[in-house]
Design a protein around this ligand. Structure first.
Ligand code: UDP
Length: 324
């Protein structure tokens, strides 16, 4: 199979490229290098089964050209990261909505399979545990930028499912929960690489809010395995599928675990949300994926432990610091 990965020079996309190449697929990456980086794919460039194009997923002629030469498109290109979304709300909405529109439009012409990446953010601030694919979404007001991201990705899902129903396009929607691992950087707000960088630099580890809020962290290798399997699962077409690990930890405990893993003496400090992000920022207390549907469709469950996740991230950030 030849697979187009939009956002393929990003953190998740570059791991997916490796996973697919290892299985004998050919890969074409499209990335505008806004949050992705050539260093993520430099080791793949030059392989006969790998190609990359620098460009935007909103460039319809370019996307059409690449979709046409591939069998499947995995659409990962998006504005991501809570901090980025708050800083650049216009670009977030435009990139996320327009990009998906362009990909689906191109795929529809030849009925090519698409995997559209969405996010657990679409569940919003519901307090249900765990979140199942058919649950209601409950977003906050339009005056808070954070919800624009959730809403833009929810619209992507509506559009993808509309293409399935109306145009018979084969699409799988995947809702990625907190995905972490090597190559993720803390610049756009992601907590684990931020904590690792802070611990390694001996700087204070910044826990936002009370630290009692909890998340479930999924190793990127598990996430891309799930995507690769769903791509080849006929019964997944037309479905929305959670991808995540269901082991939960509070952010306060995570800070301690990262500090220990890094052998660091950093202080752990608490920072109010309105200082960390913006006034009126709303966080989710808990966010646990129901992963029974993924298991039912693919026979796969993400299982890489949190200890290994933390070790891998600390190792990666230590290496990045040494190279900087
Ligand atoms: N967080 C934190 N310190 C940081 C960055 C994030 O305490 O330096 C918290 C954040 O408020 C949230 C959790 O860590 O409760 C996960 O944040 P992230 O941005 O990684 O993902 P989210 O689950 O919010 O999409």
């Amino acid at each position: 199979m030849r697979v187009l990965i939009t956002g393929g020079a990003g953190f998740i996309g570059s791991h997916l490229a490796e996973r697919l190449l290892a299985a004998g697929d050919r890969v074409v990456v499209l990335d505008d290098l806004s949050t992705g980086s050539m260093t993520n794919i430099a080791h793949l460039v030059g392989r006969p089964d790998f190609a990359h194009r620098i460009g935007s997923v909103t460039d319809a002629p370019l996307v059409a050209e690449l979709v046409d030469v591939c069998d499947v498109t995995v659409h990962l290109a998006a504005a991501v990261g809570v901090q980025l979304i708050i800083d650049q709300p216009t670009a977030t909405i435009e990139t996320n909505v327009r990009g998906t529109e362009v990909v689906l439009g191109a795929a529809a012409r030849k009925k090519k399979l698409c995997v559209i990446a969405s996010t657990s953010e679409v569940y919003g601030k519901a307090s249900k545990v765990p979140f199942s694919e058919d649950d209601d979404v409950s977003l906050g007001p339009t005056t808070h930028s954070r919800w624009a991201y959730a809403c833009s990705k929810a619209l992507d899902e509506w559009l993808a499912l509309a293409y399935v129903r109306e145009k018979k396009l084969p699409v799988v929607v995947v809702r990625l929960f907190n995905t972490v691992g090597p190559r993720q950087i803390g610049r756009y707000g992601m907590v684990l690489p931020r904590f690792a960088d802070q611990a390694l630099a001996g700087q204070p580890i910044t826990v936002f809010g009370s630290g009692e809020q909890a998340r479930c962290f999924c190793h990127v290798l598990d996430s891309v395995e799930a995507i690769a399997r769903l791509m080849k699962t006929e019964t997944a077409v037309g479905e929305v599928v959670n991808i995540g690990n269901d082991h939960e930890i509070t952010i306060g405990d995570l800070a301690e675990r990262v500090r220990t893993a890094a052998g660091s003496k950093s202080d752990i400090v608490r920072i109010p949300y309105d200082v960390a992000y913006a006034k009126g920022f709303e966080d989710m207390e808990r966010r646990v994926p129901d992963i029974r549907k993924l298991a039912r469709l693919t026979g796969f469950r993400p299982e890489i432990t949190l200890s290994r996740i933390i070790d891998d991230v600390v190792y990666d950030r230590r290496r990045a610091r040494a190279e900087a």
